[in-house]
Ligand binder design. Structure first.
Ligand code: GN1
Ligand code: MG
Length: 357
């Protein structure tokens, strides 16, 4: 489908001058649309992942409106502090002839990092995600669609993994025995957050659920978080999902698909920086139980992501976009190395968290 033709369906400010592809992200197809006045982002929503794209749009429009009201009340940057979606006629999305769903929003200029090597930067990212948690603390969770049911239900992720091993549709299980055993040895751990939510040990909150470093735009002038983006997975959840996922990606010494595993480990200084920033951003809203569980959340979310990559490898790469054969297995190995790194450094990470209780 020609994105230039799709762009014509949206109510952009100014005439469209140029449309170009953006290659980041594992899920949606993303393009930049430059009009004579503004830059926008145009995305084809992945229907394999998001079965009801109109529900995502209801969620994200509701959440961004809420944040904009908060910003207005606090005298914040209303224009850049929340994504502004663009209508296509009377809807927030456009359906093309092939039945694909498209949506668009104003591009927010700022710094976006794929990789973090500064503790100070990561602390500011932590503050941004913590603050985001605060902005949504009073959002009515009952109005949110669960766009991907059981998204961070690690127990269900484990079950899907076992089913993929059993089905072995591509005959790949024999080639990843060690990885399969790695996951099986940690089966019990998968229930840590899910059970904690069920028993009330951890609070159910509105969370982001995809807190990768590159999902915060940083203000070029102040260096502080300007806008949290990629809101498609905003759903009720545990803030441990957000914390753990942010650590697995941002506190890693290497990229998510680095294959030289000697280069892959969790950096304790980055863990500490993020913890400090996140706690400051949530402004005391975190409970003692949540705070104590932060190191384990990093282990669980990393394990879960590794399980998802491995499951997708076994199932024939139908979910995450890959750039070469075996890419999902490489990603899984990378995540498992990080899990091991958290396990080895556990006493130190627990010690860091206790400093902030
Ligand atoms: C996906 O699209 P992207 O790269 O922001 C995925 C996350 C994974 C991440 C791993 C909806 O996020 O859950 O943690 O890849 N998003 C979805 O890099 O599945
Ligand atoms: Mg993203």
């Amino acid at each position: 489908m020609d994105p230039t033709r799709i762009a014509a369906a949206f109510d952009f400010d100014g005439a469209v001058r140029n449309v170009s592809e953006c290659t980041f992200g594992h899920i949606n197809g993303t393009y930049f649309v430059d009009t004579e006045k503004e830059r926008y982002v145009l995305q084809r929503i992945n229907k394999n992942v998001f079965k009801k794209p109109w529900e995502i749009m209801e969620n994200v429009v509701g959440v961004t409106d809420h944040i904009r009201k908060k910003l207005a009340a606090a005298g914040g940057d209303v224009k850049n502090g929340a994504l502004q979606f663009v209508r296509s006629g009377d809807r927030w999305y456009y359906v093309d002839e092939a039945g694909e769903y498209w949506r668009a929003y104003r591009f927010i200029a700022g710094d976006c990092y794929q990789f973090c090597d500064s503790a100070d930067l990561f602390s500011r990212v932590g503050r941004a995600f913590g603050h985001f948690q605060n902005q949504l603390a009073d959002y009515d969770a009952a109005t949110l669609h669960e766009v991907i049911p059981d998204f961070h239900n690690t127990v269900r992720r484990y079950e899907a993994f076992e089913a993929a091993v059993k089905a072995d549709v591509c005959g790949r299980a024999a080639g990843c025995r060690a990885e399969i055993e790695f996951v099986r040895a940690r089966r019990e751990a998968c229930g840590f957050i899910v059970k904690g939510l069920q028993t009330g040990r951890f609070l159910l909150r509105v969370t982001h659920n995809d807190t990768k470093l590159n999902n915060v735009i940083m203000d070029k002038k102040t260096g502080e978080g300007l806008c949290v983006i990629d809101l498609d997975t905003v759903m009720p959840g545990s803030l441990l999902y957000d914390f753990g996922d942010a650590i697995r990606y941002g506190a890693s010494s290497a990229a998510e698909d680095e294959t030289d595993l000697d280069k892959v480990f969790i950096k304790p200084d980055l863990f500490e920086a993020f913890t400090k920033g996140y706690l400051a951003g949530t402004e005391g809203a975190m409970t003692r139980e949540e705070t104590l569980a932060l190191p384990e959340s990093a282990r669980i979310l990393t394990l879960e992501t590794g399980i998802r990559f491995l499951t997708d490898h076994l199932a024939g790469d139908t979910y995450f976009r890959i750039h070469h054969e075996g890419h999902n297995l490489e990603r899984a190995r990378n995540q498992f190395k990080l899990v091991q790194s958290v396990e080895e450094q556990r006493p130190a990470l627990d010690g860091i968290v206790k400093k902030y209780l």
